[in-house]
Design a protein around this ligand. Structure first.
Ligand code: PEP
Ligand code: MG
Length: 795
């Protein structure tokens, strides 16, 4: 075998010679360049070359003799001997044939570059036993960036070889039964992409938290990618929907701006400590996205090609060259965590008590909850203080931290995004982690009890004290068929991918105001009338919306992101999106809201639902909602979205709101659009036929219907005991509504709380001929089984 192989000459079958990382780069250079995946070229030294290097001057036997007498538990002695060995390796000349091969590959590649003067190199280690589980840890994961000139390059390769002899790598090999003779390492030498003046990040071809496989998840930050991988920055995040992307449609489901406080740029040196430097990113650049939508989609297309080539979910590093403006793939390896999940059961963690003191928040990793005593660790010298079951709190982690991460009940870091080292290891170990809290190491006190919750969506929360939580398991392989559709009520979009794992027939209620509350938080009129706003509100809103072209776009795009995320998670099942139903008191709490909302004594009975949309002062806000829906249905192609109108008091209002939707380009029947009405006011059931003349069907809102039938304020604790959906008066109205719809062949479902809380009401509704019930996530498995046996009993 030759000493050096060009990437173009290697494929995955060369793992024993060039290691997993280099083999995968070779596979892409040789197999994917022709289909548009750009991978910077390079070459790799082989395992044979490494063996030759060790044999040369008897270096290998000197190393073995030096290591043999060392007691590995004697940390000082180990450190001394390891340092000595590394120095030998770094000083050892290459055998002349190896040096010649490296020099000629270097010259050859350089000669192929348009501007050889400016070329710099990345030199990385690639363990040649990476097909063995965990074996990648047998070799240190060294990377040397911004190397220029052949002499620096040769030194960097020797440093890669020397990295086999860090204290940690020596101990690891001894513990795992690797013989020193078995170990070989390959150095990958790759042309550097100038992402130091561009951007870079990581992408996965599945959602790493939920395992949802119809998205590409991308992280991105300014500068070299090490900051994203090591968790020094909180990167931007994007989700891209594969079916829309394949169809050539706009496909970005979600965007989140990260803080991206620092960037790793080129320094003065080459191959020395100052060859890269961390610099601060100016506030104006932090506030916007580090890559454009077009670049996000181009990356996702490359990810799809790579996934298809390997035939499995992949974990990919990418870089944007700030000089030539192009995107490159710099690493690709199989994704391992989602691939190992058990697909036969869904496990949901739920906190039993809500509220409580929040000590820190960040990005949630995984969907679990963990609790224990805080152990704040500033460096690994404190490792002996860490007890199994403690909550590990640190600024960030690197591979040296793994032994204690394994023993933690949860992990909390100050920096890092979802693809940083801490996040990847936590996910792999199944330990809940909250990364990028910014304040964790200060806000959490050593020795205090905390609960770390990743079960509430994107935001991971650290609560004071040990809190009670439940773990529900839903087996997926035993659910019988039902004569009714069971749908889910989905609140905030960031739970959608996880909820879609539950058995379901779609979403019966996605409340648009929940999406506005959780992802926008600003009153739509304050965004529309931004230019006339007083200070400091104007500056506050300018800051919150800085990543989007205008404040108006902020509302429309964020709303479209929320709706499309839910729609994509459940496609091809229907997703019924209800237009906004904030009451005046709720709207007033949005940023800038107070100035635009009248004070009402009874907001429940006030300016809400359909009546609001047709009022001139709200009309512009309704147009924004319609624009977001058109984007999702007509441009992204998520036509599984249906529209629902809440709180329609009169038939005239019904006619007016349907006309208004049509004026906004949302006409019943166009592009398969169905428009459903909430049946939640007694008038709706009493005059069902007249209302149904304007709609495709009803979804019963048993919450408002009960409130208005019994005259019980749903928000009042004083009369709470009188609130009961099973009251015969309510049931009488339910019957009217169900019968009217069934007579006309119109859709009839229910999305109020009733059947989730009262299984016998669910059975009653089934018997009355309802077509679908939309339930809370925690009620779906139990109700499913109960209705299945009820249906069998009736059969
Ligand atoms: C209802 O009234 O039953 C309903 C589902 O709507 P909301 O709870 O949002 O008023
Ligand atoms: Mg209602």
């Amino acid at each position: 075998m030759s000493d050096v192989l060009r990437f173009g000459e290697t494929t995955m079958s060369d793992v024993p010679q060039v290691g997993g990382k280099n083999a995968s780069l070779g596979e892409m250079v040789s197999g994917l360049a022709s289909v548009g995946v750009r991978v910077p070229d390079g070459f790799a030294t082989t395992a044979d070359a490494h063996r030759g290097f060790l044999a040369h001057g008897d270096l290998g036997s000197r190393i073995r003799s030096a290591l043999r007498p060392v007691d590995l538990s004697d940390v000082r002695e180990l450190a001394r001997v390891a340092a000595e060995i590394r120095a030998w390796v770094e000083q050892q000349p290459f055998p002349s044939s190896l040096e010649q091969s490296i020099r000629s590959s270097y010259e050859e590649l350089l000669a192929e570059q348009p501007d050889p003067e400016r070329v710099t190199w990345a030199v990385r280690s690639s363990a040649t036993a990476e097909d063995l589980p965990d074996a990648s840890f047998a070799g240190q994961q060294e990377t040397f960036l911004n190397i220029s000139g052949i002499d620096n390059l040769l030194d960097a390769i020797r440093k890669v070889f020397a990295s086999l002899y860090t204290d940690r790598a020596i101990v690891y090999r001894a513990q795992h039964g690797f013989r020193e003779d078995d170990v070989a390492i390959s150095a990958g030498v790759q042309l550097m992409v100038r992402s130091d003046v561009g951007a870079s990040g990581v992408m996965f071809t599945v959602d790493t938290e939920s395992g949802f496989d119809q998205v590409v998840f991308i992280t991105s930050a300014y500068g070299l990618g090490e900051t994203v991988v090591q968790g020094t920055v909180n990167p931007d995040e994007f989700y891209v929907y594969k079916p829309s992307l394949r169809a050539g449609k706009p496909s970005i489901l979600r965007r989140e701006v990260g803080t991206k406080a620092v960037a790793l740029r080129y320094g003065e040196g080459s191959g020395t400590d100052d060859s890269t430097i961390l610099t601060d990113v100016p506030a104006s650049e932090r506030a916007r996205f580090s890559i454009t939508d077009e670049q996000v989609e181009e990356l996702a297309r490359s990810a799809l090609t790579i996934e298809a080539h390997y035939g499995r979910a992949m974990d990919i590093e990418w870089a944007l060259d700030g000089i030539d403006g192009r995107l490159y793939i710099v690493q690709a390896r199989p994704e391992t965590v989602v691939a190992r999940r058990d697909g036969t059961v869904v496990r949901r963690y739920t906190l039993r008590e809500h509220g409580g003191e929040v000590l820190a928040t960040g990005r949630a990793v995984g969907e679990r909850i963990g609790a224990g005593r805080v152990r704040v660790m500033h460096d690994l010298a404190q490792m002996h203080l860490f007890q199994t079951g403690d909550v590990l709190v640190a600024d960030r982690t690197d591979p040296d931290w793994e032994p204690i991460m394994r023993r933690a009940s949860a992990i909390v870091t100050d920096s890092g995004g979802r693809t940083c080292h801490a996040a990847i290891v936590a996910r792999e170990l199944g330990i809940p982690a909250v990364v990028g809290t910014e304040t964790g190491t200060h806000a959490l006190t050593d020795g205090a009890d905390v609960t770390v919750c990743c079960a509430e969506g994107d935001d991971g929360v650290v609560y004071r004290g040990i809190r009670d939580f439940t773990i529900d398991e839903t087996p997926l392989d035993v659910l019988p068929d039902l004569p009714v559709d069971l749908m889910l009520n989905v609140g905030v979009p960031d739970q959608a991918f996880a909820l879609a794992e539950l058995p379901n027939h779609g979403v019966g209620l996605a409340r648009l105001e929940f999406i506005v509350g959780s992802t926008i938080g600003i009153h739509p009129r304050a965004l529309l009338e931004f230019d006339t706003l007083p200070e400091p509100l104007k500056t506050q809103i300018a800051e919150r919306t800085a990543a989007y072209p205008t404040p108006r776009d902020y509302f429309v795009r964020r709303l479209a992101e929320g709706i499309s995320t839910i729609a994509a998670a459940f496609a091809p099942h229907p997703v019924i999106v209800r237009m906004s139903d904030f009451k005046t008191n709720e709207y007033a709490t949005l940023l800038g809201g107070e100035a635009f909302e009248p004070h009402e004594e009874n907001p429940m009975l006030g300016w809400r639902g359909a009546a609001r949309y047709t009022t001139p002062s709200f009309r512009g806000c309704f147009d924004l909602e319609c624009e977001a829906l058109r984007h999702v249905r007509d441009l992204m192609g998520l036509t599984n979205v249906k529209i629902m109108i809440p709180f329609v008091r009169t038939v005239d209002e019904a006619a007016a709101v349907v006309a208004l939707l049509a004026e906004n380009g949302l006409r019943r029947g166009d592009n398969g659009l169905e428009i459903v009405m909430m049946c939640e006011i007694p008038s709706n059931a009493l005059l069902a036929d007249a209302f149904l003349d304007h709609f495709d069907g009803f979804s019963i809102g048993s919450n408002d219907l009960t409130q208005l039938t019994l005259g019980v304020d749903r928000d009042s604790a004083a009369v709470a005991s009188a609130f009961d959906e099973r009251n015969p008066a309510v049931l009488a109205l339910l019957e009217l509504a169900i019968d009217a719809c069934n007579r006309r062949g119109a859709y009839i479902g229910i999305c109020g709380q009733g059947p989730s809380d009262h299984p016998e009401l669910a059975e009653w509704l089934l018997a009355r001929g309802i077509r679908s019930m939309s339930l809370n996530a925690d009620a779906i498995a139990g109700t499913w089984m109960r209705l299945a046996s009820a249906a069998t009993a009736h059969a």
